[in-house]
Design a protein around this ligand. Structure first.
Ligand SMILES: [Mn+2]
Length: 312
């Protein structure tokens, strides 16, 4: 599979790399990490990245301007994106050939070629593996992007998807010259408004007797603290630091009154809950959407059931 992908890369003069909407460090790290690897190996090719530039992550990646005409006959690679609906920049299907590279459960197969490794901690780990296997030369900027992606998706090597292979790859990346301490500090930092919301989350977390937890962030609260929905990604892991919590939901009210529900679990899968409520994702880290207070309650009840099963 890696060879087939590499052959396609060699074949095309223009390569445009996409990733998912509301990007996280892994989406951006895998996207620009792959871009920089290919630019270094193929300086004569045009290799661009596209999508919304997330201001919170501008320190990690800047997107390029891609004209419609550039899609003609181009190779399109989508990283870190399980389904087409979540691909940022809808022009992804206007190229000559489409490749999916991802580590989420392969619920939706798309692309002319797809490489999905659900054992990988992150898509950035897959890109680093690809580079090592194909003998692509790296440098500090490439290692920086891929390391950021791996740290992001593993919660700095906290989550169970962190494998021996993850550490072998990280050891390779660490050899290159980049601001390792600065990056680690950057990824561990929150700004002062987020810190206050984290305080709110600890203060208002509801935890049942089996360790199912929830917190609701209303629109008025987001406005009061001056944060956006995207900012709430920084607080999704917070409830997991409480030792009695087994699984949890962070319910973020949207301007239209619906809720984006971020679901997490320490042990038992919760992605089936996400699938039942207009979402999906990894077994222990999923996202759902709820369209009423009643549905919020249903989701929490289902989380409680999972926590009860884990307690038996
Ligand atoms: Mn990822």
């Amino acid at each position: 599979m890696l060879e087939m992908i590499f052959e396609k890369i060699k074949e095309y003069q223009t390569i445009i790399i996409h990733r998912h909407m509301r990007p996280d460090p892994d989406a951006l790290g895998s996207q620009v990490g792959l871009q920089r690897l290919l630019q270094k190996r193929f300086p004569e090719k045009t290799i661009k990245v596209t999508g919304y530039t997330e201001p919170n992550l501008a320190w990690l990646a800047q997107m390029d301007t891609v004209e419609d005409v550039e899609y003609q006959g181009a190779l399109i690679i989508v990283t870190d994106t399980a389904n087409q609906a979540r691909i940022d920049d809808k022009r992804y299907n206007q190229g000559g050939f489409l490749i999916k590279i991802d580590h989420h459960p392969n619920d939706e197969v798309y692309g002319d070629l797809s490489w999905v490794d659900t054992d990988a901690s992150s898509c950035s780990e897959m890109i680093a593996h690809f580079a090592l296997e194909m003998g692509l030369e790296m440098d500090g900027d490439i290692a920086y992007a891929l390391y950021a992606g791996i740290v992001g998706d593993t919660g700095r090597f906290l989550y169970p998807a962190t494998s021996a292979k993850t550490f072998r790859i990280v050891a390779e990346l660490r050899q290159y010259n980049f601001d390792f301490a600065g990056l680690s500090r950057q990824m561990d930092s929150v700004d002062d408004t987020i810190a206050k919301v984290i305080g709110y989350v600890y203060n208002h977390l509801e935890i049942d007797e089996n360790g199912a937890a929830r917190v609701i962030l209303s629109q008025s609260l987001l406005k009061e603290y001056g944060i956006s929905d995207a900012d709430t990604s920084f607080i999704v892991g917070v409830p997991g630091r409480v030792n009695t919590v087994k699984n949890w939901g962070v319910f973020v009210e949207q301007p239209d009154g619906s809720y984006r529900v971020r679901l997490r679990s320490k042990f038992l899968p919760i992605n089936e809950i996400a699938k039942r409520h207009h979402g999906g994702g990894h077994p222990l880290a999923s996202g759902a959407n709820s369209y009423s207070i009643e549905e919020n309650e249903e989701i929490y009840k289902e989380l409680q059931q999972v926590a009860a099963d884990a307690s038996r």
